[in-house]
Design a protein around this ligand. Sequence first.
Ligand code: PGA
Length: 264
Amino acid sequence: MQIVILKNSAEVAEYGANIFIKQLQEKANSVLGLATGSTPVALYQKLIEATQAGAISFKDVTTFNLDEYLGLAGTHPQSYRYFMNEQLFDHVDIDKSHTHVPPGDAADPVAACEGYEQQISDAGGIDIQLLGIGRNGHIGFNEPSSGLMSRTRVKTLTKATIDDNARFFAADEYQPHLSITMGIGTILDAKKVVLLATGENKADAILATVEGALTASCPASALQLHRDAVLVIDEAAASKLSDCEFYKHIENENQKLQAQLAKL
Ligand code: PGA
């Protein structure tokens, strides 16, 4: 794993956005894996700005989101489809028919999960997958105990996740407790994975992801198996790592090497 420790959430958003901007500049018809939650919002804002400035285009881009609440249609304001339209798709030149979010209102959710896997495969696989991380180490809605090779399926949410997300729902509003999520195996199939984490409340999850054992108890630890996973985190999220200075030193050395290679 490449571990990039930056000062604050603004730097994390900028660094993460630059990875996606470079990706779209190098491959205009990229297949992007996208995420919801509060962490990626600032990154999406940077992508909107880059699109409006003409630096990138989403014209030929295809997207697949990680997850969706089961029981919410895409028109529901708390659905992840609605979130993606509001936070990104409505503000860039993407063809909405090329954007995919698992169908939370599917009559047959099991068939919908298989269909989602098929659509990803038909698109040629995901070039770059964006991830947040839950306080409990979840990625997508792969809660602790998720199979490390799991595929897209229906998952029951933990109480911790329901509590964390309760802030988005009105007190008397129905809050789903099931989801459709890409599996950990689906995520590991992406060619590149970029995980963003900010804030002290993510420090335990980041510690378990980076320095803990590979375990279903911390789904994000599965990224230890990925060949091209980058964790972009702020000082607060990195605060429990045993040797931040060493990780920063590695990143400095990486950058020197990249600069040297760029001259060849
Ligand atoms: P957050 O959610 O970005 O709102 O912290 C991350 C997640 O639960 O995956």
